[in-house]
Design a protein around this ligand. Sequence first.
Ligand SMILES: [Zn+2]
Length: 401
Amino acid sequence: MEMRAGKRFFTASDEEIMSGRTTDVYFVRTLEVLRAKGLADKVALAEMTVAKLPREWPWAVLTGVEETLRLMEGKDVDIWGLPEGTIFPSRTQSGVKLPVMTIEGPYTEYCVFETPILGFMCHSTGVATMAARCRAAAGDRPMIAFGIRRTHPAISPMLDRSSFIGGCDAVSSLLGAETIGRPPEGTMPHALIIMMGDSIEAFKAFDDVIDPSVPRIVLVDTYSDEKTEAIAACRAVKGLAGVRLDTPGSRRGSFTELIREVRWELDLRGFENVRIFVSGGLDEKTIPPLAEAGADGFGVGTSISNAPTVDFALDIVDIENVPVAKRGKFGGRKYLFRCPECFSYEVAVRSNDAPLCARCGRPMGSAFTKLMERGRRLVPQRPAAEIRDEVLQQLKRMEGP
Ligand SMILES: [Zn+2]
């Protein structure tokens, strides 16, 4: 088995990504040709666009900008773009592919970094968007990201951060939680109940051992009926915060009816304050009926961590102030504007051509921020919670997921 020095797992180190080792070889060959032919200083402007979002999504939540800036720091490039956490459609009102970012500088400065930049942007934008779609479906109910077990552990901080920025309230992994500056959250696994041999014994043991600051939320589907275990749990654990139903698909019948029944029986016995949390195969389509049935909170896993990637492309559209473009792309430097009211976008080819919004008639404002100048970042790193707040503000203006 091949093993790279100093590496145990099949992952790239920060240094390997920074030195271009995760690029596609054709960029390395392009670099070689341009240098050999004396074109190393030729300045190119490349823009990042996506022709179509996955699954007919009407919008996406842009993430990956922060990692892109960290990668490009110190390189001789200017970067303009939408800030991390911007909700955007794939096209402007008039149907032009919306540039989310532009990179300008000697092409050889960023040629080999096209691959990792797209990787940062495509992957995390998909994850943040799925989280935002689930958030829109869940309303104000708590939603925790549980999905890191479905992906490679090396990227769990990225997944958890993107899930949080998209709208999850908390994340389950220790490292992900550290990345966003929040405590990790979770309930209890079936393993604890099975190891203790009995559900009620496990609930009591958890309550006995675990720090009192941790909410008592117990898993009530391991060995017997959810209703029976939920009632017994309420009686066994004083101050029980909630019960979690992770009922296996083979036993679900109607999950909504099950939730209604548990809610009824708990209320009947005076346990109105005990909340019902659900998990297992949830997404933006399955959450609303469960919420309607009385689910108070959600653990969302695979649908977010295994979100479809967003197909961004990076294309050269201008070389030394002369418009160029391959077939299928609109050439030239573009200025991006956004309506402050309805968040529609439009592009113009001159910076002072701010258009009026075709939808609501308001004057549009510049949507691009200068993020980097000659390798020096112009925007500070921002806490994930601050970016998330802005996503939630924008999400309120969107017409549902
Ligand atoms: Zn408008």
